[in-house]
Design a protein around this ligand. Structure first.
Ligand SMILES: NC(=O)c1ccc[n+]([C@@H]2O[C@H](COP(=O)([O-])OP(=O)(O)OC[C@H]3O[C@@H](n4cnc5c(N)ncnc54)[C@H](O)[C@@H]3O)[C@@H](O)[C@H]2O)c1
Length: 278
């Protein structure tokens, strides 16, 4: 394993990422050497795992979050490990902020090859009957989870179009295919991400840009833990009967960011241990 990649990995693991020390994606191939990736919502949870994995594969990473402190910690850890990362404070629901994210990334790294649109309102959501969800809460969910992915794709598009290549990976959820009750706003937003992914794939293929999505199952991040509930029955409903960890999703995201997926677009890959087949 190249020393730089080992250093990046160890440095970020020291941030208490929920990563298995023997994680399987740590077969470093330097698949993304020289590429530049933006990861939104990189300040914690799954976004943090994606940022680290992209860096260990050699990509320069913009760690983007509305939580600048979290993003900075992730970027610092990657830099300490010998990778190249930049933290950018961004509210993905704001057009000017999303455009600033792309501009800053290009100014620092000279290109934008990959966008992982992972930022979402997930931490802190509460199960609520659909007719009791506040209108403001519904609107904010759509603004971040749906409009945010659209605005970020829109912001990186001029750079990818110029380069005639790009990889956009949106983050949906298994709930888009098998919804939970009492999360109508979240479920709707994640189903919309599937539609956005398909619509953008149709438009952007002509520019050499692929647009795909990953739909994780219930993954043990801090956000999932605060949502609470007994997950014993859920785990039993999986084909692979164990809890899902962030590490279980990163391999698919790396694949969607790499040239191995160059002829795949408009697809949503469910990564959930074999619960939903679609
Ligand atoms: N954890 C799971 O079980 C699970 C399952 C399926 C899909 N997902 C999706 O994966 C992604 C990450 O999940 P997680 O568990 O790490 O959630 P999380 O809530 O811990 O992380 C979301 C990140 O997005 C950031 N964010 C929120 N609003 C933002 C905004 N307006 N602009 C920029 N950044 C913003 C947050 O600060 C946070 O760092 C989310 O899109 C979530 O919907 C998670």
């Amino acid at each position: 394993m190249p020393k730089r990649n080992m250093d990046v990995r160890n440095s970020v693991i020291s941030l208490n990422l929920h990563l298995d020390a023997h994680c399987k994606w740590c077969v470093f191939l330097d698949r993304l050497q020289g590429k530049c990736a933006i990861v939104t919502g990189a300040g914690q949870g799954l976004g943090q795992a994606y940022a680290q994995a992209l860096a260990t594969e050699g990509a320069m990473v913009s760690a983007v979050d509305i939580n600048y402190e979290g993003a900075s910690q992730v970027a610092d850890a990657i830099n300490r490990g010998g990778g190249k990362a930049l933290a950018i404070h961004t509210d993905v629901s704001d057009q000017t902020s999303a455009e600033h994210m792309a501009k800053e990334t290009f100014a620092r790294f000279g290109k934008i090859d990959i966008l992982v649109s992972n930022a979402a309102i997930y931490y802190g959501i509460k199960r609520t009957p659909f007719d009791e969800i506040q209108v403001e809460e519904w609107d904010r969910m759509m603004a971040v989870n749906v409009k945010g992915s659209w605005l970020c794709a829109r912001a990186v598009f001029p750079y990818m179009k110029q380069q005639k290549s790009g990889k956009i990976v949106n983050v949906s959820s298994g709930v888009a295919f098998s919804p939970n009750a009492f999360l109508a706003h979240y479920v709707t937003s994640k189903a919309a991400v599937v539609g956005l992914t398909r619509a953008l794939a149709r438009e952007l293929g002509q520019y050499g840009i692929t647009v795909n999505a990953v739909a994780p199952g219930f993954t043990m991040t801090d956000a999932s833990k605060q949502l609470g509930g007994d997950i014993t029955a859920y785990v039993q409903s999986l084909s692979i009967k164990r809890e899902q960890m962030p590490d279980d999703v990163v391999g698919t995201v790396l694949y969607l960011c790499s040239r191995e997926s160059d002829f795949l677009t408009g697809q949503t890959i469910v990564v959930d241990g074999g619960r939903i087949f679609h």
